[in-house]
Design a protein around this ligand. Sequence first.
Ligand SMILES: [Zn+2]
Length: 82
Amino acid sequence: MPLVPCRACGHKVDTSAEACPGCGATNPGRKMSRQQHDLIVLLIQLILGTALVVVGATLAWNAVGPIIKQQLIKPAPQADRE
Ligand SMILES: [Zn+2]
């Protein structure tokens, strides 16, 4: 069983230990707590989600944009503004 220093107090603990015998920190063998891990996963999902939306919107604009621009440049036949 590998021993690692507790992330909170440095006490040697087993990586599979659920609580540090020295300070009582949960998952002392892990680099980060469960909450921190969840937060980082959430942030990554948020960033990836935002990136996907931006990429999707850009692709959609590239597909629809020229059509809209064409409609704006060429007014409807009956709209005679000259
Ligand atoms: Zn500890």
